[in-house]
Design a protein around this ligand. Structure first.
Ligand SMILES: *Cc1c(COP(=O)(O)O)cnc(C)c1O
Length: 489
């Protein structure tokens, strides 16, 4: 598989690159993102073949069909990390919640959120390529909560990669903060910033363009990479569970092979949904991909009106913070796929300069042929959490947004897979409030209350965080980030 750029080639950069190059230097293209030049069509034969496969067997065959330039032994090691999930034989359980609605649980990995699905194997792959080339990489991440812990966990003590993770002090949940500040790998640095997520992110942007910082990296022979979902190494691992979840419905006799279904995805940066879209392009029988959002509903408006409009918009803090995003990076890959390089470039340039673009009616209809969308506010989300709980299912506020979208958009009587992206333990104060009305709780009290109310125990990895020694307690002003990172390097 070869990769090309969404905004076309400038005649200076290589016209196409390999998978390893795309994941080592995801930001090397001139402005755009790397996308596969073509995708194989898998068809029903591939699905039939894997009805009896484990998750790892399916993943391994899919990756070899995609023909990426990674040694099979490295892929095998990467996929073996799914053995660390709650049930090694079924890392992604699919649970029936209502007659036509099934939940695919993507949070059974070490940090209890869906980011582990891709970042766990990705850590092995990136570190192996860097080692093979004898190169050193630095991953800089600004996190609002879930990416940071998952990135630290996967790269901990892996050779040739260092990770610096910036988080807004006071801007994450207690559990998310503890997951970061108790990490102890010698190649990891966690820095709390006085300020909010935007401050952390803009501090990071300034750093990336700082001449002195870049010269210091060069002198130390360190290159920059990225672990967010602009990196195609994330996306490739996020196609697998969509195929797996479909096969699970066949195995559970909910559908017959070939029957179409809805995929219902809680979306922020559109990486999860993009994985579903690629699975559909490779032949997965999908009726529509439903994009669920919170009050930051840019994606709902894009899909329903064809307009991406950020003029006068500010991020609204919500009870599903992993989706508090206005610039949803992976939409660019969809624009490229539907409308081609020239149009993607015009639209993205317009978003960057005017904070706005509008698709034509024709283009909007094309988008709507496979995507549908709705958004859910916090109060509605809590209502869905309570309703599901009364029916015997406990879910987090991100997953809850999908239930509103299901009510709106799953118009045909087909089965729907809702993707659950976080365990209840990561957003416990909101869930405790939804279930009992209790207000202003801290995480530990909320965890105990839910545990008592729902008769479930708090997982050991979460419980343990509250007594684990803090090894990365530093909180600084954003002006001092560069000095602090250079000290670490
Ligand atoms: C990251 C995340 C999302 C959003 O996923 P995207 O791929 O960015 O659309 C949704 N829910 C949770 C809990 C997440 O951590």
């Amino acid at each position: 598989m070869k990769f090309i750029e969404t905004r076309g080639n400038d005649g200076v950069h290589p016209e196409e690159i390999t998978f390893s190059e795309a994941i080592l230097s995801p930001i090397a293209s001139f402005g755009g993102l790397y996308v596969p030049k073509e995708l194989p069509v898998l068809g029903e034969a591939f699905l039939t073949k894997h009805l009896g496969s484990t998750y790892q067997e399916l993943a391994s065959d899919l990756l070899s069909t995609l023909d990426i330039d990674i040694d099979p032994s490295v892929i095998a090691e990467a996929l073996s990390l799914y053995d660390k999930f709650d049930d090694p034989l079924n890392p992604v359980p699919v649970v029936k919640v209502r007659d036509d609605l099934y939940v695919s649980e993507l949070y059974h990995g070490p940090t209890r959120a869906f980011k582990d699905m891709a970042l766990q194997p990705f850590g092995v792959v990136l570190s192996s390529i860097a080692q093979k080339r004898g190169e050193e990489y630095l991953i800089l991440a600004a996190t609002s909560g879930d990416t940071g812990p998952a990135a630290l966990e996967t790269f901990k003590n892996r050779p040739n990669v260092r990770v610096v993770c910036l988080y807004p002090d006071g801007g994450t949940s207690d559990v998310q903060r503890l997951q970061m500040v108790t990490e102890d790998g010698s190649n990891l640095k966690v820095i709390g910033i006085k300020g909010d997520f935007d401050d952390a992110q803009s501090a990071l942007k300034r750093l990336l363009s700082s001449v002195s910082f870049n010269e210091a990296l060069k002198a130390k022979n360190i290159s920059l990479s990225a672990a967010n979902s602009v990196n195609f190494g994330r996306i490739i691992f996020q196609t697998i569970y969509h195929i797996h979840s479909y096969l699970e419905l066949v195995r559970q006799n909910a559908i017959t092979l070939g029957e179409k279904i809805y995929l219902d995805v809680p979306s922020g940066n559109f990486g999860n949904a993009l994985g579903g879209y690629y699975a559909y392009k490779m032949g997965l029988p999908v009726e529509k991909i439903i994009i669920a959002s919170n009050e930051n509903n840019v994606l709902t408006r894009l899909i329903n009106t064809g307009r991406y409009d950020l003029r006068g918009e500010k991020v609204i803090p919500t009870t599903s913070p992993a989706m508090d995003i206005l610039i949803s990076s992976n939409v660019e890959r969809i624009l490229f796929d539907f409308f081609g390089t020239a149009r993607a470039k015009v639209l993205m340039n317009s978003l960057e300069s005017d904070r706005f673009y509008a698709l034509t009616d024709d283009e909007t209809m094309k988008l709507q042929s496979i995507f549908a969308a709705d958004y859910c506010n916090g109060a509605e989300g809590k209502g869905y959490i309570k309703e599901a709980f009364d029916g015997g299912y406990l879910m987090d506020p991100h997953t809850a947004t999908c239930f509103k979208a299901y009510d709106c958009c799953a118009t045909k009587s087909l089965k729907t897979i809702v993707y659950s992206t976080a365990e209840w333990t990561k957003f416990s104060p909101t869930i405790a409030n939804a279930l009992t009305g209790a207000n202003d709780m801290n995480d530990i009290d909320a965890l105990k209350l839910i545990s008592k109310t729902a008769h479930i125990s708090i997982p050991a990895v979460i419980q343990g965080l509250f007594t684990k020694p803090i090894t990365q307690g530093i909180v600084i002003d954003k002006e001092n980030i560069e000095t602090e990172i250079l000290k670490f390097l």
